[in-house]
Design a protein around this ligand. Structure first.
Ligand code: NAP
Length: 308
C-alpha cells in the first residue's frame, strides 16, 4: 500500500460526516492512525464499539496533540469554541480543517483561535443523509460527490493541495472557492431547498381539512420527497440558517418574487407562463443527472442520501 498522506488524523465529532471520514480514510489507507473524540461519553463508547478509530480520547485538546490532520465535524455554531479549545494544543505544521455547511462564519469563528504555525483549510463535503451519529456513517458517502475547499487568503498552497488529495482519495471531486461564494452557492442549492421542505411539511401538518393520514397515504404525489429533507438534524440546520443569514435572505427574496410570479400566472390562467417555467426547470434536472449528481429515479435525491 502507498505511503499514508497524513500520519495521524484527529476527528472531533464522529457523527455522520466525521465517522464517514474515519471509515473512508481507513479503507483507503490515507492515514496511519485515527483518533476521535466526542462531546458525550455515549458517542465515545459507541465509536469504541464500532472499532472505527485507533484511539478514542475524552477531550478535543487531547485528540489534537500530535495530530497531522485535524478535522472538526461538529455543528457550525460550535466550531469557534472547539477551535478555541484546541488552538494551544495543535502541533506545528498540522493541517486544520472542518466540514461545516457554511464557510464564511467558520473562517471568522475558527480562524482567530488557530496559531500561525498551523495551516487552516476549511472544507465542505457536499454529501450527506438525513441521519445522524456514528452509526449513520459509511465509507462510500463521499464517492462522486464534491468537496469544496475555502482556504483563507495566504494559506500555504501545499497544505491546500494535500487536503485536496485527501478528499480525492476518499472519492470526492474537489473545488476551491472563496467562503462567501461558497455560502451564496449553497444558499440556493441546499439551504433554500431545506427551508422550503421544512415549510411545506409544516404547512401540511397544520391543515385542518386534509387529515394527517391522508397526507401520509398519498405522499408519493411529491410530498414524500420533501419529508426526507425535512427530517434533517434540527441543530445542524438551525446553525446553518443563523450562520448564513445574509445569503439565505438574498435567495429567499428572489424565491418569493418567483413564487409571486407563478401565483399571478395561476390566478390569471396563464398556461404559457407556467409551461415555459416548467420546461426550463426540467432541463436543469436533466443537467444534474447528466453531471452524475443523481440517478433518474423517482425521488428527490439518491434513495439513501442527499447533499447538504
Ligand atoms: P451529527 O451526526 O449530528 O454529528 C455531530 C457531532 O458533533 C457528534 O459527534 C456530536 O457529539 C458533536 N457535537 C454536537 N454538538 C456539539 C457541541 N455543542 N459541542 C461539541 N460537540 C458537539 O452531525 P453531522 O451530520 O455529521 O454534521 C456535522 C457537521 O457536518 C455540521 O457542521 C454540518 O453542517 C456538516 N455537514 C453535514 C452534512 C449532512 O448531511 N449531515 C453534510 C455536509 C456537512 P455527540 O454525539 O457526543 O452529541
Amino acid at each position: 500500500m502507498a505511503e499514508p498522506l497524513f500520519d495521524t488524523l484527529a476527528i472531533i465529532g464522529p457523527g455522520l460526516i466525521g465517522s464517514s471520514i474515519m471509515r473512508a480514510a481507513r479503507a483507503q489507507g490515507v492515514v496511519r492512525s485515527i483518533l476521535a473524540t466526542a462531546r458525550s461519553s455515549e458517542t465515545r463508547a459507541r465509536v469504541v464499539e464500532l472499532g472505527i478509530a485507533d484511539r478514542v480520547v475524552e477531550t478535543s485538546a487531547e485528540a489534537v496533540e500530535g495530530a497531522d490532520l485535524v478535522i472538526v465535524c461538529v455543528p457550525v455554531g460550535v466550531c469557534g469554541s472547539v477551535a478555541k479549545e484546541i488552538g494551544p494544543h495543535l502541533k506545528p505544521g498540522a493541517v486544520v480543517s472542518d466540514v461545516g455547511s457554511v464557510k464564511g462564519s467558520i473562517v471568522r469563528d475558527m480562524g482567530p483561535h488557530l496559531p500561525r504555525h498551523v495551516q487552516f483549510v476549511p472544507a465542505h463535503p457536499v454529501a450527506g443523509t438525513e441521519h445522524s451519529g456514528p452509526d449513520a456513517g459509511f465509507a462510500e458517502l463521499f464517492e462522486g460527490r464534491w468537496c469544496i475547499l475555502t482556504p483563507p487568503e495566504g494559506t500555504d498552497t501545499a497544505a491546500v493541495e494535500r487536503l485536496a488529495t485527501f478528499w480525492r482519495k476518499l472519492g470526492a471531486n474537489v473545488e476551491t472557492m472563496t467562503p462567501d461564494h461558497h455560502d451564496l452557492v449553497l444558499a440556493v442549492t441546499s439551504h433554500l431547498p431545506h427551508l422550503i421542505a421544512y415549510t411545506i411539511v409544516g404547512t401540511a401538518d397544520d391543515l385542518e381539512t386534509v387529515t394527517r393520514s391522508e397526507v401520509l397515504k398519498f405522499s408519493a404525489g411529491g410530498f414524500r420527497d420533501f419529508t426526507r429533507i425535512a427530517a434533517s438534524d434540527p441543530t445542524m440546520w438551525r446553525d446553518i440558517f443563523l450562520a448564513n443569514k445574509e445569503a439565505v435572505l438574498e435567495m429567499l427574496g428572489r424565491f418569493n418574487e418567483d413564487v409571486a410570479a407563478l401565483t399571478k400566472a395561476i390566478r390569471r390562467g396563464d398556461g404559457d407562463a407556467l409551461f415555459d417555467n416548467f420546461t426550463r426547470t426540467r432541463a436543469i434536472r436533466r443537467g444534474i443527472v447528466e453531471a452524475g449528481q443523481d440517478t433518474a429515479t423517482a425521488d428527490f435525491g439518491r434513495p439513501h442520501g442527499h447533499d447538504d
